[in-house]
Design a protein around this ligand. Structure first.
Ligand SMILES: [Mn+2]
Length: 444
């Protein structure tokens, strides 16, 4: 079967609403025209409570997609016989509190698509065309009797009938720190005799470097032939893993990695390969400019030239440009005014990080200090040692102190008893403690 995978259409995204509508529409309808089954792994809507106008435009697109699929012989779902073969989960943008209806569930109730959140849904398609199977008319009943007599009718072998089965399991988007728990608790699993796809909407630490709390590819459930993941907006396909990120169909974050093509994937479950199908999108350019001791008017001039460069290659279409300026201004200048760069010919976002030289120096100094500084533990130990010294407790203080406290209340209690002894000793005979002080004191 051919599976069309479209994600993160962000319908209703206010900043580029027409782009979201046009590009999402093209992706869904193109996929519907050539595929047997569609998967939409979340962030189909930009908000958890879309406006009726947004809902209406998505319903229109889905009606058209259903029409395009109905006119062909596509995958069918026995559980939802009257629904188009479109499987969907909610993303982080559509997620709502328990007990509230999110827009994905709403359109599942209206029969526009099938929700696969926290369940496994089976789709089937006969790959042998109806017209290929024909009995001679006069003998048809004889043959059917023979089939019944041999008990073949009730158990047609899958290979002889050429029936292909795809099981879609899904888990809607959750906050990153809850993802592992959600995977452990979900109630879907691979189905025997089917091509199994697991669909989720999360960040993965392999793709987003800052992700301490994120899932790793190692956390994914076993037994699936393909993992499809929404949420991350740059497309990616790894045949070996096998892991597929369709990416978004619209620019939303204006991040550097969003500059590539946008589109959808067509997964061929027989050939076990996926192909990226680009859709026509508004051009987006991310431009970084670095300055050092520059006068504001020179920075402005260079920024203007960079914008003109982009305008030249954008031809007829109004591009989205994000301009990031960083570095220092010449002595005596505090900031650069770049408001003159705004024009009606581009959607321009300027990140003006230019700083005065003195401020930049101070920032660099603070950064260096932080890099040199000992760890919090070392710093804490040092100040504790100083205080202990002043109280005459040197003998009992060592670097393992924090770890012992961490071991639990019993360890702390033991330590306190130790202190008590030392305090008693000090009170009874101050001289003995004082004598010890110099040899055990201070860091070396
Ligand atoms: Mn998204």
């Amino acid at each position: 079967m051919k599976v069309g995978i479209v994600s993160d259409t962000h319908f209703g995204y206010r900043r580029f609403e027409e782009d979201a509508e046009r590009q999402g529409r093209e992706a869904i309808l193109s996929a519907a025209k050539e595929c047997d089954l569609l998967l939409l792994p979340g962030d189909i809507f930009d908000t958890r409570v879309p406006r009726p106008e947004t809902l209406a435009s998505v319903v229109k697109i889905l009606n058209e997609a259903a029409g395009a699929m109905r006119s062909r012989d596509v995958a069918k779902c026995a559980e939802y016989p009257f629904f188009p073969p479109i499987a969907v989960i909610h993303g982080t943008h559509e997620r709502r509190a328990r007990g509230l209806v999110n827009p994905i569930e709403l359109l599942a109730l209206s029969g526009h698509w099938i929700s696969c959140h926290n369940k496994t849904v089976l789709f089937e398609k006969d790959s042998v065309e109806q017209s290929d199977v024909h009995f001679p008319k006069e003998n048809a009943s004889d043959i059917e009797c023979k089939l019944d007599a041999e008990g073949l009718r009730d158990k047609p072998s899958e290979s002889s009938l050429g029936c292909e089965r795809i099981a879609i399991s899904g888990l809607g988007g959750v906050p990153d720190d809850l993802a592992k728990e959600a995977l452990a608790q979900m109630s879907c699993k691979p189905v025997g005799g089917a091509y199994n796809i697991f669909m989720l909407h999360q960040s993965f630490s392999e793709f987003i470097p800052s992700g301490a709390e994120m899932l790793s590819l190692e956390d994914l459930p076993q037994g699936f032939d393909m993992i499809v993941c929404g949420h991350m907006h740059a497309p990616h396909y790894s045949k070996k893993k096998p892991f597929l990120i369709p990416g978004s169909t619209v620019i939303t974050q204006l991040r550097e990695e969003e500059q590539g093509q946008k589109g959808y994937y067509v997964l061929d479950t027989e050939k076990k390969s996926a192909e990226f199908m680009p859709v026509k999108t508004r051009p987006f350019h991310f431009v970084k400019l670095e300055f050092s001791g520059t006068k504001p008017q020179d920075a402005e001039k260079r920024a203007k030239e960079a914008i003109e460069q982009v305008m030249k290659i954008s031809k007829n279409e109004k591009p989205i440009i994000r301009l990031v300026l960083s570095g220092t201004l010449a002595e005596g200048f505090v900031s650069a005014d770049l408001s003159s760069l705004q024009s009606a010919d581009a959607f321009l976002q300027i990140d003006n990080n230019l700083a005065s030289a003195t401020l930049a120096d101070r920032l660099a100094f603070i950064r260096e200090l932080r890099a040199q500084k000992e760890s919090a533990r070392d710093f804490g130990m040092q100040s504790l040692r100083k205080k202990a010294q002043a109280a005459g407790l040197n003998a009992s203080f060592d670097d393992d102190f924090f770890f012992e406290l961490g071991a639990g209340p019993d360890a702390v209690f033991e330590k306190m008893k130790n202190f008590e002894k030392i305090f008693q000793q000090r009170d009874e005979n101050p001289a003995t403690i004082k004598k010890k002080e110099p040899e055990a004191s201070g860091p070396k």
